[in-house]
Design a protein around this ligand. Structure first.
Ligand SMILES: [Zn+2]
Length: 673
């Protein structure tokens, strides 16, 4: 038994020559529960590629905060995520379980159902106060990661009409987090009886679009992704300095990591999610606790599923049984290579949304297997860029990893969003739609379905979003039509094209695109939801309801369909049913500002003025940029006879959206009175 907590590191980092300021001393692993009763602060920086961090070898100098915490804390040199997508990756962090175990395989169409213990829930049971502050809609409470949190701050600002997911800046996330931590900090001896706290902070800025604020925009004009990282590091640094100077970090375990990296063009992928090369799987992983964790760097392979058991082990809270991760605390003591765990990974977005071959794989030691129709095997030590596929040359290694992968996934549930049942399918068929069936078994895919062969279509989808966000709608839509011509079963291309047509006011064409796709047999849940919603906007309320009702009935957790159906019912004048749909959404996602707005508008139409004011005010509290809510609130005040207050609200609506015709009309009408 060796105290390898840092032995391996010293060997590798120093190579026999004199060591740096850390010195040659090799501290023993920290004892279990060494941080008993400590607060826990988890920071996840979205889309932060490990090799862009100074402590992980970046020469860019953009992460002084992370580098400082890495130097003072315990840094895992080789840490990997299991899935290069935001919601599923955070679900592995929060549950210590692989995606096939916790059930969250993709963004948007999957929801954590709370059936596994979570880091937050386990700490809460142990007496912690818990709060999360997330930076993007993709982690909205409706997707289930709010389980175990006393407070889940997912308030996003701004309009939801952009194709990009709704997000907020690091400063907007950190400001309420600072308030909450300072309120709950128990560093004062007099506060011994108060509960320790667990805070999770999610900073989304490095995710595309890369648009850092000044001065980072100018300073990093040639590399805006680096600019986003520099901005994030800077605001995180100010936040942590503030906590340090107030003493709030004196007895706090800080963990800094990321959910996945970013390809930045390598392997033909611009962002992340399609493949699972190390550019998107490798993440920084740093544990820091003043005086309790000696500075060290560990070469022990570490995984995001290990985070939950490690934290619980350090703070002396029992680790739930049957996790896929293990505590890293004393991992060096048993670090014989044979004992090294497998690292499972997957990237199923293209399979689930495009019908391409599912990507799964496993890494063990220096070997990494990517199980696709055109299988890949890499020696990630000799070939860290994963540029030489040795699958054919290393058949024995490949077979051994294939066996390991089979063992890891044995008994795993297939990845399928809630299916449409036979009755629902029949109803939809009677409307002329063909619903996509359950995904094919893996072996039924051929090389033609391998994402490596289709990466150019993925790039075209990304290009279309990019063109759109830069204002070139015509070329964006032409790009999507080209994608559809080449691969007519690519439902996401229809969906995006329809979105752009709707946003351009061409609602009839949007319905046509979705209708044609559905009638040609390319409908899945997401496409049908878009169709139902577009039909509602087009005024075809009967068909809108007919498309959405089976989706909602089949899967009551499909809140997006519930929301859309609520809007259709409201337009049909079916108030009680609309109210039930909106309330279903708000029960699961209490910070859904747009839904509060729609519920308020419904109450207005029913002359339930008090309830309307309450709902619309709630929408504004959550999203102070929601112009429609101010307009509605104005109408509510006017109906209640409070014209001055109404005028005030309409002015706010116009200040936010100068071209807001309804607000302008209301103001003019009030002035004429
Ligand atoms: Zn992410």
């Amino acid at each position: 038994m060796r105290p390898v907590w840092r032995v391996a590191i010293v060997v590798l980092a120093c190579s026999g020559v004199q060591c740096g300021p850390r010195g040659p001393a090799q501290p023993a692993p920290p004892a279990a529960g060494v941080l008993r009763g400590a607060n826990v602060l988890l920071v996840t920086i979205d889309t932060l590629r490990a090799d862009r961090v100074g402590a992980y070898g970046s020469p860019l100098g953009i992460t002084p905060t992370l580098d400082r915490f890495a130097a003072e804390g315990l840094r895992y040199e080789v840490a990997r995520a299991h899935v290069p997508l935001t919601l599923p990756s955070h679900a592995t962090v929060m549950t210590g379980r692989y995606p096939f175990a916790n059930g969250v395989r993709d963004n948007g169409s999957f929801r954590f159902d709370g059936s596994h213990p979570t880091l937050a829930g386990t700490l809460k049971q142990a007496g912690y106060s818990t709060a999360a502050f997330v930076g993007a809609f993709v982690l909205d409470g409706r997707f289930g990661l709010n389980a175990g949190f006393d407070l889940y701050d997912d308030r996003m600002r701004g309009s939801t009409s952009n194709l990009e997911v709704v997000q907020r800046t690091g400063e907007q996330v950190l400001s309420p987090a600072l308030d909450w931590i300072l309120q709950h900090d128990n560093r004062q001896p007099s506060a011994d009886k108060s509960a320790p706290w667990f805070g999770w902070i999610h900073l989304y800025d490095p995710h595309e679009p890369y648009a850092p604020p000044e001065p980072f925009r100018t300073r990093y004009a040639a590399d805006p992704y680096a600019g986003e990282i520099a901005y994030t590091d800077a605001v995180l640094g100010r936040f942590l300095d503030r906590l340090r100077s107030s003493g709030a970090l004196d007895h706090t375990l800080v963990i800094i990591t990321s959910d996945h990296g970013e390809s930045l063009g390598e392997h033909g992928e611009r962002t992340h999610g399609l493949f699972a090369y190390d550019v998107t799987l490798r993440v920084p992983l740093i544990f820091w606790a003043k005086g309790a964790l000696p500075p060290a760097a560990s070469r022990s392979p570490s995984r995001l599923v290990d985070l939950m058991p490690t934290v619980l082990d350090l703070v002396g809270v029992p680790v739930p049984a049957a996790l896929d991760g293990r505590s890293l605390r004393a991992v060096g003591e048993r670090d014989a290579p044979a004992a090294e765990p497998d690292t499972y990974f997957e990237a199923l977005n293209a399979n689930l949304t495009r019908g391409w071959a599912p990507l799964k794989g496993v890494l063990h030691g220096r070997w990494k297997l990517v199980d696709l129709p055109v299988a890949e095997l890499y020696d990630v030590v000799a070939d860290p860029g994963e540029t030489r596929n040795v699958y054919a040359a290393q058949r024995d290694q490949a077979r051994e990893l294939e066996a390991r992968l089979d063992r890891v996934v044995a008994g795993a549930a297939p990845a399928a969003p809630a299916p449409v049942d036979a009755a629902a399918a029949a109803r939809l068929r009677s409307l002329g739609y063909v619903v996509g069936s359950a995904p094919k078994p893996s072996r039924a895919y051929t090389a033609a379905d391998d994402p490596k062969r289709l990466a150019h279509l993925n790039a075209a989808l990304d290009d279309a979003v990019d063109l759109w966000s830069r204002g070139d709608g015509a070329r964006a839509m032409e790009t999507l039509r080209g994608v559809i011509r080449e691969r007519p079963d690519l439902t996401v291309a229809y969906d995006r094209l329809a979105f752009m047509l709707r946003a351009s006011g061409r609602i009839g064409e949007a319905v046509g695109v979705l209708d044609d796709a559905a009638r040609a047999g390319h409908a899945d849940r997401a496409l049908l939801r878009s169709l139902g919603s577009a039909l509602g906007d087009a005024g075809d309320l009967r068909r809108s309801a007919a498309v959405l009702e089976p989706l909602v009935r089949e899967d009551t957790t499909d809140l997006q369909s519930s929301d859309a159906l609520g809007q259709t019912y409201a337009r049909m004048g079916r108030g009680p049913q609309a109210e039930a749909m909106f309330k279903r959404v708000l029960d699961a996602s209490p910070n859904a500002a747009a839904t509060w707005n729609n519920l308020g508008a419904l109450y207005l139409s029913q002359n339930r003025i008090g309830e309307a004011i309450e709902a619309l005010s709630r929408a504004i509290t959550i999203n102070p940029d929601l112009a429609t809510a101010y307009n509605g609130l104005g109408v509510a005040y006017a109906k209640g006879g409070q014209i001055d207050r109404a005028v005030e609200q309409w002015q706010k609506a116009l200040a936010l959206r100068p071209d807001f015709a309804d607000a302008r009309y209301n103001l003019d009408r009030a002035a004429r009175k």
